[in-house]
Design a protein around this ligand. Structure first.
Ligand SMILES: Cc1ncc(COP(=O)(O)O)c(C=O)c1O
Length: 404
């Protein structure tokens, strides 16, 4: 049986323990929702304020040159590349994850125009599914959506693009990147990975993968609505046709040519002017990962997740663990099923343990290795046990607002 002292010991020997000091987390709050919105790194407000007051407020238009606004997106992209095992020049930053999925899948489909299917799994995030249908409509393809465990078997020479979220937003189940990439390569198909629930929580190696996208506001902590990223393997960059050609993806934007000429490298995946304030916040937030070995993130994430599941087994008999048991088949969040998920989460939040819920019956708890303390796993499980034993959840609301 685990006890609190076990977790305190883990914290005292945690090589990443100091990273937590970079964050501004409210006292007494156990924040287990970084898979949805990462917390605020403490130095970000001052950086954003300086950009607003000194740069925008004082230096105005000159800031594009004098304060490096113009190539900020490219600098941020170069900082994200090592977090996903991508070489320099292969990542572009901007837009939303949804738009990035659209661009990557549409461009991939254009590289395989004669094939019938865009293959995905039924658990993919809704925005990805909606975009796949849009691309299929526009490109005369069909979406084939299969249960996650059937994806590998369904990759065939009829498939143009395999579009998957690496770690399932609902269950935490994880696809094997090497296995899917190898099967796609054998069949001549291309793969687009959505790394939204992976980047910043574990090591990811895109060096053998075709395309990827990811979110800036989850484990990268870039702030609500932070810019997304798109990765294009070097071998596909010359053939990458951005479906939303704009001047930011042009080879020479200030030549103001009337005809489009794509920029070299992944920069051609850019479209138009990005929110500099959002980029500045994401850029500053990425300081947290400077010098951090992503494998160490993975090791800590595995420990946090394994211990959380073990404690649920030992101390929370009311729940079914939906997240896979095998460490190599899951990401960095744990999902528990209960028919009263909404009320239980509301009561848990009242006790300062913050996760979220996903329909129809899942409570999700994100365990972010950059700032989580091991002892929070123990304290969170104890708080939830209190919610269940006291029946406090029966008096809690089913939902507290539009965002669950
Ligand atoms: C896997 C995945 N993709 C995309 C998104 C969101 O896309 P966007 O940032 O465009 O809203 C989410 C949001 O939670 C997600 O979980």
């Amino acid at each position: 049986m685990l006890d609190r002292a076990y977790f305190e010991d883990l914290d005292s020997s945690d090589p990443l323990a100091d990273l937590r000091n970079a964050f501004s987390l409210p006292d007494g709050l156990i924040y287990l929702d970084g898979n949805s919105l990462g917390p605020l790194p403490s130095h970000v407000p001052a950086v954003v304020q300086r950009t607003v007051v000194d740069e925008w407020g004082h230096d105005l238009i000159r800031s594009w040159n004098d304060h490096g606004w113009w190539d900020l997106a490219e600098r941020v992209a170069e900082r994200i590349a090592p977090l996903i095992g991508a070489p320099p020049g292969s990542v572009a930053v901007g837009d939303t994850t949804t738009v990035a999925v659209y661009k990557a899948v549409a461009a991939a489909r254009r590289l395989r125009p004669d094939r019938r299917y865009i293959l995905t799994d039924t658990g993919n995030f809704p925005t990805d599914l909606y975009v796949l249908h849009a691309v299929a409509d526009q490109a005369g393809a069909e979406v084939m959506s299969v249960p996650p465990d059937q994806v590998l078997d369904r990759i065939s020479p009829d498939v143009a693009v395999v579009s998957l979220t690496h770690v399932d937003y609902r269950t935490g189940r994880r696809h094997s990147i090497p296995d899917v990439d190898a099967a796609a390569r054998d069949a001549g198909a291309l793969v687009v990975w959505d790394l939204s629930h992976s980047v910043g929580a574990m090591d990811v190696d895109m060096s053998g993968s075709d395309f990827a996208v990811g979110c800036g506001y989850k484990y990268l902590n870039g702030g609500p609505g932070a810019p997304a990223f798109i990765y294009v393997h070097p071998s596909h960059q010359a053939g990458f046709r951005n479906p939303i050609t704009g001047w930011w993806g042009h080879a020479e934007p200030f030549a103001m040519e009337s005809a489009y000429r794509p920029a070299p490298g992944a920069s051609r995946a850019q479209t138009g002017t990005q929110s500099i304030l959002a980029l500045v916040a994401l850029d500053a937030a990425l300081d947290v990962f400077d010098g951090v070995d992503t494998r160490a993130l993975r090791v800590k994430s595995e420990r946090l997740v394994a211990d959380f599941i073990r404690l649920v087994d030992e101390r929370l008999p009311w729940f079914e663990v939906v997240t896979p048991r095998a460490p190599d088949q899951r990401g960095s969040h744990v999902s528990l099923a209960h028919p009263e998920a909404g009320r239980i989460m509301a009561a848990s939040i009242q006790r300062r343990v913050v996760g979220d819920v996903r329909p129809p019956n899942l409570l999700r708890f994100g365990l972010a290795p950059a700032y989580q303390r091991h002892v929070e796993v123990w304290d969170a499980v104890e708080a939830i046990r209190g919610v269940m034993e006291s029946d406090a959840w029966r008096h809690a609301p089913e939902r507290t607002g539009p965002v669950t």
